[in-house]
Design a protein. Structure first.
Length: 332
């Protein structure tokens, strides 16, 4: 769908913000110049952080989750100083299409979230494609989850209250990590909260064909990203659910799930399908579809009414699940 056709359906606040986004011929994320785009994203994240007040009650420490085979997994651990322990834990996976981004890029809003919820946040610095193809990023997520759970007591954390969450490509890694956790027989996470997750390498849904010229992670960018993640495997038969969670046929036994996505997001239909199939397999699902919203609308227009509503829903979900007893969460 061309931008001139989609503009009539776009939320007015989001449409106004989009006018100021420097998209250029290749969109906001130029994957043909990956190093330049990575540097630009880092500079933008640091610039945004510099304009926001720091949260002095939350400390940040870099730690590592070791493993016998393969490199350690770096984590940025945020911890509220004034919250009584043991603390619940949010295992966070940053966005960036699995090819861009770094663990600290979301610290500016994760710190206030940590303080407000009284929870620790462990942001996973998972390996990026194409240097490290899938499913290595999901394996990093699994390693981080197991290590946090196994060492929770020593860290002052609660091993029965560890939730997974992520944004865009990172939400796809969170979903793939949840599948690995289940299939390895580890303790089920408290929840998985997936913000407009990147789940399907095949690019065959209606929304994948509709959302083509917005300039913010539309069809062309998504195809390039999946080619970086999977190489020649993209769209083919040799793709496991740990690479692209939509490939999973059995979704039973996964944790309670939150999915939020915009109506004008290239991921809309793969997200709706995943939510429906989770529900069909007995997984509790909370689904939010935001009319007139494009991909990552809450990042580009954080003060918009839709973004504020979205973040209220996120925070409410975190509160409800972190305050459940393990027995209640298991029985849900």
């Amino acid at each position: 769908m061309k931008l001139k056709d989609i503009s009539a359906r776009m939320d007015p606040e989001l449409a106004e913000v989009l006018k100021a986004v420097p998209t250029g011929e290749t969109g906001a994320f130029d994957l043909s110049d990956l190093e330049g785009t990575r540097a630009g994203v880092r500079a933008m994240a640091e610039s945004i952080a510099a304009t926001l007040p720091d949260e002095p009650t939350v400390t940040a420490h870099e730690i590592r989750a070791p493993r016998a085979e393969g490199p350690d997994v770096p984590l940025l651990l945020l911890r509220p100083q004034n919250a009584p322990g043991p603390l619940p834990v949010l295992l966070w996976f940053h966005g960036g299409g699995q090819v861009i981004g770094y663990a600290a890029q979301d610290a500016a809003w994760l710190k206030p979230l940590s303080a407000a919820l009284g929870c620790a946040v462990a942001s996973v610095d998972y390996r990026l494609a194409p240097e490290t193809p899938a499913p290595r990023a999901a394996e990093d997520g699994y390693t981080a989850y197991r290590w946090i759970s196994d060492n929770a007591t020593e860290l002052g954390l609660d091993p029965t209250r560890v939730g997974l969450a992520g944004q865009s490509g990172g939400a796809g890694i969170a979903a793939a990590s949840a599948l690995l956790i289940r299939d390895h027989g580890a303790a089920t996470p408290l929840f998985q909260l997936l913000m407009y997750p990147m789940l399907d390498d095949r690019n065959t849904t209606d929304s994948s064909h509709e959302i083509t010229d917005i300039g913010i992670w539309d069809r062309a960018t998504n195809i390039l990203a999946w080619q970086a993640i999977l190489g020649d495997r993209a769209g083919g038969e040799d793709v496991t659910p740990y690479c692209a969670p939509s490939r999973a046929t059995d979704l039973a036994g996964l944790p309670p799930t939150f999915i939020g996505v915009g109506e004008l997001d290239v991921f809309r239909d793969e997200n709706l399908d995943y939510a429906a199939r989770l529900r069909a397999h007995g997984v509790p699902v909370e689904l939010h579809l935001y009319p007139g919203a494009y991909h990552a609308f809450d990042l580009f227009a954080p003060q918009s009414q839709l973004a504020v509503s979205f973040h209220h829903a996120l925070n409410d979900y975190f509160v409800r699940h972190f305050t459940k007893s393990p027995t209640t969460a298991t029985a849900e």
